[in-house]
Ligand binder design. Structure first.
Ligand code: HEM
Length: 386
């Protein structure tokens, strides 16, 4: 008897992995043109390896998006989200380093076959655009290339459809934003974190800058301290006022909603509380993804400069200049999470949690926490006797 999971026929390694197909997908055009250039093989393998890993990244992003997409993320699923985000981070680390191998090809070797590439360019990588869109790169933040929209280079129906779908479905950014907006502790009629945080900031600015400034006898030093006070106050006011925050969002300098920003801040400040430690890890991995994509762009443009200097790209862009302008905060999806550090307070100034909030952030059931220890023991003994 064979179970339904057991294959009916013996399956070989190469059949399972379809290696016969996969390993026949490398066709250097220089060889087809009768002028084989040794390094073109490496060029093809490198691009294909990148595209395979892009496929895995997309697979993980899709699964994380679906875990985040319910209106109340099941906390039992947070570990899955963390493991998959970590996997994306590790793949990206590998991809950032992979340019080193391609750089063993010299520019002179590249020139030997570059002409055969005609208009083929990484600019036409569908999966790269899908990664950007599914993460949530803002359309308005993209650097235009030859005044053209990147969508213009995709003509086949399937690619256009996939790109449209990636734009129409909620990005990881949007889903994370809604999740952060629901962070416990933000309720005005409960712990009311924001009010307590505002008071703590006022107190910190007063004690650490304004009072020392007033006590300062040297007018120059006093002036410097007062300028520092005004600068810090202005910076904090920009998050306390929802209206000012919206202006930053309109200008593209911030992305998260006012409420989601509060959620991210409360998680960062109280990350040692059991129910916040996993969300804190999620926030950290999201920043890692942004950082590593920026590093990918940087390593790519460095390779490009080394290979073609300031020649124009095969895709028709200015090449180095265009790519250099994409190594920018405009492409950071979770920019606000990086900027959170501006608004962190020294540990001793962080508002203490009240008992109710402590209980909410504990992993035990709230009722369990409310029960005194002796009562719990009594219940255990009673249950044993039953
Ligand atoms: C010799 C190595 C390489 C050179 C000279 C090169 C050159 C370029 C140039 C000039 C562009 C700008 C568009 C254009 O005008 O063509 C570009 C874009 C791009 N390349 Fe490469 N590239 C190289 C390796 C790679 C590799 C290994 C990948 C991996 C998939 C890659 C992926 C991309 C992507 C995704 C873009 C679009 C970036 C964006 O628009 O933000 N490239 N490349």
């Amino acid at each position: 008897m064979t179970s339904k999971h057991e294959p009916q026929l013996p399956l070989s390694y190469s059949e399972y992995l379809k290696l016969n197909k996969l390993l026949k997908c490398q066709h250097p055009i220089s060889a087809e043109a009768g002028k084989t250039v040794h390094d073109e093989h490496l060029f093809i393998i490198t691009h294909q390896a990148y595209e395979l890993w892009f496929k895995q990244i997309l697979y993980e992003i899709d699964s994380v998006r679906s875990l985040f997409s319910s209106s109340c993320v099941d906390e039992g699923k947070t570990l899955q989200i963390i493991c998959r985000l970590n996997r994306i981070v590790l793949i990206l680390k590998l991809l950032v380093d992979q340019f080193m191998i391609l750089e063993t090809m010299t520019p002179l070797d590249f020139i030997d076959f570059r002409g055969y590439l005609s208009s083929a360019s990484g600019f036409q990588s569908l999966q790269f655009r899908l990664i950007e869109n599914k993460l949530g790169v803002k359309e308005s933040n993209r650097v235009k290339y030859n005044q053209q929209h990147y969508l213009k280079v995709f003509n086949d129906e399937e690619s256009v459809q996939k790109l449209q779908d990636s734009l129409n479905s909620p990005s990881l950014f949007k889903l994370v934003e809604s999740w952060l907006e629901r962070t416990p502790g933000l309720e005005k009629n409960g712990f009311n974190f924001w009010k307590k945080y505002e008071e703590a900031v006022d107190c910190w600015l007063e004690e650490s800058i304004r009072k020392p400034a007033q006590k300062e006898n040297d007018p120059k030093k006093r002036e410097i301290l007062m300028m520092e006070y005004a600068k810090q106050k202005e910076s904090f006011d920009s998050i306390f006022s929802e209206e000012l925050h919206s202006k930053y969002v309109e200008r593209g300098e911030r992305n998260l909603s006012h409420e989601a920003l509060q959620g991210a801040l409360i998680i960062s400040l109280y990350r040692d509380e059991p129910r916040f430690s996993q969300p804190f890890q999620i926030i950290s991995y999201l920043m890692d993804i942004d950082s590593l994509l920026t590093k990918w762009r940087y390593n790519h443009v460095t390779t490009v400069q080394r290979m073609i200097g300031s020649k124009i790209g095969t895709g028709g862009s200015s090449g180095y200049q265009y790519l250099r302008s994409t190594v920018s905060d405009r492409y950071k999806v979770f920019l606000d999470l990086f900027n959170l550090s501006t608004f962190l307070l020294p540990r001793e100034c962080i508002p203490p949690l009240d008992n109710q909030m402590k209980r909410r952030l504990n992993l035990l059931y709230p009722e369990d926490n409310a029960v005194p220890l002796e009562e719990k023991m009594k219940r255990v003994i009673e249950n044993d006797e039953d």
